[in-house]
Write a protein that binds this ligand. Structure first.
Ligand code: ADP
Ligand code: MG
Length: 212
């Protein structure tokens, strides 16, 4: 049996105390299967359909490890589109509400880079962005990922469909070789398996089948 209550998995109080305001009573299947492994520091590949609660699975996992007293970027989440990045950032801000001064910054294409450069002059703990714009910031050296503890590839199948593999490669060059890697995907074509081989260190795989 997989435990389905959030309180049993060892989340910090600021996350537990906020669950009611999120309306989360119990974990969804993908959360109960992946969150304990994420909290244990393992690399993880999770396959589950849209709407299954993947954002909170990685969001609560990485927020549990955020040190908001540090100024360093500690987590990077790559999303295929600006709309998805904005949604993920909104969800993370809600989850982080009780953790003092957690700063979550979105870096997406289609937005003037100047404001992003100014925004990066302040502390940022979590970056949510699209691969193209993140790669631009790496070229400009406006983004220091040297202390990034967690990399999340959200909707990895869509990012590959959109041709973002070179930008993902650039990110891999910029993050610590041994940090935690989490890959979320609704589908698992062979291209994802190849990407996973490059990105992940000995990952656990969890798959939640669609309920009918
Ligand atoms: P996915 O990324 O798998 O498509 P989301 O993370 O966007 O799914 O979650 C879908 C919806 O489910 C969101 O509105 C989210 O707030 C809600 N949700 C996530 N986890 C829970 C939970 N444990 N209990 C209730 N609602 C949840
Ligand atoms: Mg999602």
């Amino acid at each position: 049996m997989t435990e389905s209550t959030f309180t049993a998995v060892g989340l910090r109080d600021e996350l537990i105390d906020n669950l009611a305001s999120l309306g989360y009573d119990s974990m969804t299947p993908i959360q109960s299967q992946s969150l304990p492994k994420i909290l244990a520091g393992q690399d993880l590949i999770a396959q589950a359909k849209t709407g299954s609660g993947k954002t909170a699975a990685f969001g609560l996992g990485l927020l549990n490890a955020i040190d908001s007293d540090s100024r360093a970027i500690q987590a990077l989440i790559l999303c295929p589109t600006r709309e998805l990045a904005d949604q993920v950032a909104d969800a993370l801000r809600k989850m982080a509400r009780l953790i003092n001064n957690t700063r979550i910054v979105t870096l997406c294409g289609g937005v003037p880079i100047k404001g992003q450069l100014i925004s990066l002059e302040n502390a940022a703990h979590i970056i949510v962005g699209t691969p193209g714009r993140i790669a631009d910031h790496l070229v400009r050296e406006s983004l220091d990922l040297g202390q990034c503890k967690t990399l999340v590839l959200d909707e990895a199948d869509r990012m590959l469909d959109m041709g973002f593999e070179p930008q993902i490669d650039a990110v891999l060059e910029a993050i610590p070789a041994a940090n935690q890697r989490l890959l979320f995907s609704a589908t698992f074509p062979k291209e994802i398996a190849k990407l996973a081989e490059k990105v992940m260190h000995d990952p656990v795989m969890v798959k939640v089948e669609s309920q009918h």
